[in-house]
Design a protein around this ligand. Sequence first.
Ligand code: MLT
Length: 326
Amino acid sequence: LDFTKVMSAAVLAATTAGAAMAQESRTFEVSLPLGPESHQAVGVHKFGEELERLSEGRLTIRPQYDNALGAEREVVEGMGFGLIDMGITSTGPMGGFVNDFLLFDLPYIFTTPEAAYGFLDGEHGDALAAKLESEAGVKILGWMENGFRHNTNNVRPLNGPEDLAGIRHRTQESRVQVDTWTALGANASPMAWTEVFTALQQGVMDSQENPVPTIYDVKFYDVQRYLNLTKHVYSPAPLMMGAQLFNSLSPEDQALVMEAAAIAVPVQREASQRMEQELIDELERLGMTVTRPDLEPFRERVQPVIEQWKDTVGAELVEAAQASGS
Ligand code: MLT
């Protein structure tokens, strides 16, 4: 047996397999919490379009809207286990995997979208992505967004935190969010996104919080009377892929996936910001009473929550995020 010949045959076989892999055709299923008209869909569609173009039709996506593949936490877990290819979710459930992600639940940290973009598109966003990849097996391809979150409820307009007294408020599945709304005076409890509409409709909950385009997309105006522009957190919505799946792609295809995501992120953010502007009036037209409270009393009330969680989240990370706007 000529060892050198066997080896070069093996190398040849591996190279051929590699070349074949680079030419592989695939369709990725992508989970979205919102519907086909949402800014999440704008971002995912753009990603799909660019991926198809860059790969000359080999790589395509199939979007699955309105959490058809599962609630957000299940989708993150599913990507980690290789059961779900791709997804966009809010960061709400991610603090359960990596403490650093609780940063996005801390109130009044980012004050403008630009401050958040500067933070996420640099070393801090990269470090957060690396942690999620190593802890949960999920790769962040780009930081899309849900935007700034606001309160809606059925009980009364919020002119200050005191108006939250006795209100049953749904938070995302995050201990920081429960502490925040408890500090603000509400009766707060966590609930998965998939349960929220029914809970509001049946009066199990009086109140929730989400960005304006989300409130519009899921028709909360049918089950909530007051929209209160509390702007308490900036909510990223990263576009993600299971890390095992990403790593199984050829280096060329990995680069195409990253390039498509980099093109889609600003398009999605622009759609989200435009919808935020346009849809406040539309929600008013659909019957919601819009209140713009002074945010200072809200900010003051939640300072102890920031202090309480700062070390768990990482003091340096919190301070860098707070400094990003200035
Ligand atoms: C939630 O409130 O659970 C999320 O904001 C839903 C979403 O990602 O759109």
